[in-house]
Ligand binder design. Structure first.
Ligand code: FAD
Length: 407
């Protein structure tokens, strides 16, 4: 049973792991190169609570089966950590999935897939925990009038309302960061770049963590830890190598930016997503907080390298290009996005890395990006490397990992 635990990375995975260990009486040290927790991908994403609908090009349902059990427990677990108020940060209506003319899956195959995912979700014991309760969930085809009202683009061939919701990730980031900062069993080591880990005599002995502060000679940590968990996301594989874990055969590291908007007045526009091949979306969380993205122009880096270079600095040029992309490509397909931009009183362009053990590009039906059923944990002795995979499954995955180590 571990007493001293090191967690590398203070995103949603690192924070949930830290809270789980702390609750069970462990002393936790969490390392991150940022100055505060929850500053990277876990802050700047759309927060889709994935039921699997987006993976219509995985007709065997492997992705849906992989994500469903964890996603269904996102809300109950997060309520434990940050309180019932999280319910106010969840989008309030079903997503409108719009099938593009150039989609890698045609409308007929897409709706058949949506029906099967819905049936799968309805039969899961945790379905009542999902916002809106999925026990009687159904797919509803958008009428012609609804399609014309919300899209009216030649690019869109059909639309379906699906019972999928999203959470406002910046809201969650603030609360989760505060929660880990206030827990007396969690020591935060921020502004520390992790450079390597080292086992004792064997991988089953305590491990140590080398950080940039240590290699600069300042405050070298001599601590050892009964268990080290690597939750560094795009930074994970570089440290795995120092632990003797080889990089996966296929890696995709993409850095994406999107617009996070608060409007001066409530707008009745839908949460809608254009899928998939051409990919973009508009998320309406509560009438005034919105997420807008157009994937091809928001994609700043797309590399097969297992260890990507530094994140791009989001300067004025990048912000302007991201907004231009949204105006040129998302707005003609989703006119509601124009209303959002016109009523904006706050607008931030933010982004993060998306790591996947996959290859190819979304517009290619053969790309393995269309499946996300392989993310999991690798282990050597007391060192565990965690591929978070999805934000929505992270709290449950963290709970499972801690149970395996403690029970
Ligand atoms: C635009 C976008 C949209 C997305 N949409 C969704 C969605 O709708 N639903 C969903 O489920 N998922 C979504 N994702 C994926 C989701 O954001 C990630 O799966 C999740 O946030 C990863 O969590 P994490 O804790 O592993 O990583 P992060 O939140 O990135 O945390 C990793 C931490 O490690 C730190 N770090 C990395 N390397 C080092 C190092 N060497 N030394 C010290 N610190 C280091 C970083 O500073 C960071 O704080 C999206 C991602 C993006 C970018």
């Amino acid at each position: 049973m571990p007493e001293r635990v090191a967690i590398l990375g203070a995103g949603i995975m690192g924070c949930c792991l830290a809270l789980e260990f702390a609750r069970r009486g462990c002393k936790v040290t969490m390392f991150d190169e940022q100055s505060a927790p929850m500053e990277c991908a876990s802050r700047w994403n759309e927060g889709k609570l994935h039921l699997g609908y987006l993976y219509a090009n995985d007709p065997g349902l492997a992705t849906a089966r992989h994500v469903l059990p964890g996603t269904l427990l996102f809300l109950p677990i997060m309520r434990e950590w940050i309180g019932e108020a999280i319910d106010t940060a969840i989008s309030r209506s079903d997503d409108l999935y719009l099938v593009s003319r150039e989609s890698v899956v045609g409308a007929e195959a897409a709706v058949a897939y949506f029906e099967r995912v819905t049936a799968l979700a309805r039969d899961m014991p945790g379905c009542v925990h999902y916002p809106g309760d999925l026990s009687r969930a159904a797919v509803r085809q958008a009428s012609r009038a609804e399609l014309e009202n919300h899209s009216n683009s030649d690019d869109i061939v059909a639309g379906y309302y699906l019972p999928e919701r999203s959470v406002q990730t910046r809201w969650v980031a603030e609360r989760l960061a505060e929660r880990v900062s206030q827990d007396p069993a969690i020591e935060l080591q921020m502004c520390q770049r992790v450079e390597a880990v080292e086992a004792g005599k064997t991988a089953h002995d305590p491990w140590s963590v080398r950080t940039s502060a240590a290699s600069n000679g300042a405050e070298a940590t001599r601590e050892t830890y009964d268990v080290v968990l690597n939750a560094l996301w795009q930074g994970r594989i570089a440290i795995d190598r120092t632990a003797g874990i080889a990089a996966p055969a296929e890696c995709s590291n993409r850095f994406r930016v999107s617009a996070f908007v608060r409007t001066s007045k409530p707008l009745p526009v839908p949460s809608a997503i254009i899928c998939v091949g051409p990919f973009g979306d508009m998320k309406n969380y509560n009438g005034r907080d919105f997420y807008l993205s157009w994937y091809p122009t928001g994609l700043l880096v797309d590399t097969k390298a297992a260890v990507p270079g530094p994140a791009p600095r989001i300067d004025g040029d990048i912000e302007a290009a991201a907004l231009r992309g949204i105006r040129q490509h998302l707005v003609p397909r989703l006119p509601g996005a124009k209303q959002v931009l016109e009523a904006a009183e706050q607008l931030e362009i933010g982004g993060g890395w998306v790591f996947a053990e996959a290859s190819g590009v979304l517009i290619d039906p053969a790309s393995t990006l269309h499946r996300r059923d392989r993310y999991s944990v690798s282990r050597v002795g007391n060192y565990l490397s965690v591929d978070t995979g999805k934000y929505s499954t992270a709290p449950h995955m963290a709970r499972e990992i801690v149970s395996t180590l403690m029970d």
